[in-house]
Design a protein around this ligand. Structure first.
Ligand code: TRP
Length: 331
């Protein structure tokens, strides 16, 4: 039997090309060698998104984005966390086996506390229990589905380790392999995608190129990429130039060679280099954008896809909960 991989997607912002190359594409490739599960972590988003319309929009946008990027809901299980109530039953059960001290050590919680201390504010100001217990809910997401591997960025590795700790605590207590102990699969061999200002592309830096914006806005965004002040006639270096680095993600090797030659020949201004980048990005993203818009234009169809996924997910989740309830004496 193939191993199981599980990916959680927090619906908190618009997808950008850093997400696409850094997280979505590698996660989607896993569907070829693993039995893959993908879900929208909407209850995790609730910790920070408290506006109903905003949350609803993000959930649909993220779901449509993954489908447009190639997620095949007939080959994988694709669902919303909130449509699988077994998640919350498991989360409550896990609470009883999770040391409070373990949660105190979670990076995200510690960072919030530190930010408060730096402002001489109350340490727990703005920290809700959803944020404090975030790793328990995430452990429930993972452990509910007998997950073998969780593809994650560096920031999420600690959370997977906490899921391991919690699973082991339960297995140890009941002297049985009730929960499969998951492994984090770190995405480290994927290049960092530079943002508009040359730093890593990230929503928190506000330097992103969104995946699904209309053509006009895409061009405008690309024209905002920060370059040095070299004049048109000067010879330029493609190495270390973020316009060129982004170009390599979208252009063919021959196109890359030809743009590199224009850099080195002089006589090419930054506007021209950015136009070449825009053309290459737009060629690649247009079909994606069209699929995305078509999916969003049919919200009932989208909801039906997610509902079918939830049914498949609940069949597995129900079995896990049944096994646990029997083991803990609640059958
Ligand atoms: N915490 C993850 C993030 O912020 C999202 C997430 C929630 C997740 N539950 C998960 C990821 C389970 C992997 C497995 O990106």
């Amino acid at each position: 039997m193939r191993q199981i991989s599980l990916t959680g997607i927090k619906p908190t912002g618009d997808l950008h090309i850093g997400n696409f190359f850094g997280a979505m594409r590698p996660a989607l490739q896993l569907a070829e060698s693993y039995e893959a599960r993908y879900f929208i972590a909407d209850y995790h988003a609730l910790n920070s998104v408290k506006d109903a319309a905003e949350l609803r929009t993000h959930i649909r946008a993220v779901a449509a984005g993954w489908l447009a990027a190639g997620l095949d809901p007939d080959k994988v299980i694709f669902y919303r966390q909130s449509a699988v109530p077994e998640t919350f039953e498991l989360s409550t059960l896990l609470m009883a086996f999770t040391a409070k001290g373990l949660m105190n050590r979670a990076h995200a919680y510690k960072a919030s506390v530190q930010a408060n201390l730096d402002k001489q504010d109350d340490p727990d100001s703005g920290v809700n229990m959803g944020l404090f217990t975030y790793p328990v809910l995430m452990a429930a997401d993972i452990l509910l589905f007998d997950t073998d591997i969780v593809p994650v960025g560096k920031d999420q590795v600690q959370h997977v380790e906490m899921a391991q700790d919690i699973a082991q605590a339960i297995n140890f207590n009941y002297k049985a392999e009730l929960l499969r102990v998951p492994q984090a699969q770190m995405r480290e061999n994927f290049a960092v995608i530079p943002g508009l200002d040359g730093r890593k592309m990230s929503k928190s830096y506000g330097n992103t190129i969104p995946l699904f914006v209309p053509e006009k806005q895409l061009r405008k965004t690309i024209m905002r990429i920060v370059t040095n002040s070299q004049a048109v006639d000067e010879v330029k270096d493609p190495e270390g130039c973020q316009v060129f680095a982004l170009y390599t993600l979208f252009a063919t090797p021959a196109e890359q060679d030809s743009l590199a030659a224009r850099y080195r020949a002089g006589g090419m201004g930054w506007g021209e280099a950015k136009e070449a980048l825009f053309q290459a990005v737009n060629r690649e993203l247009s079909p994606l954008r069209q699929r995305y818009e078509a999916i969003l234009a049919d919200p009932a169809g989208l909801d039906a896809i997610l509902a079918r996924g939830a049914l498949k997910a609940r069949a597995i989740a129900g079995a896990t909960i049944g096994r646990l309830r029997a083991a803990i004496g609640m059958d």
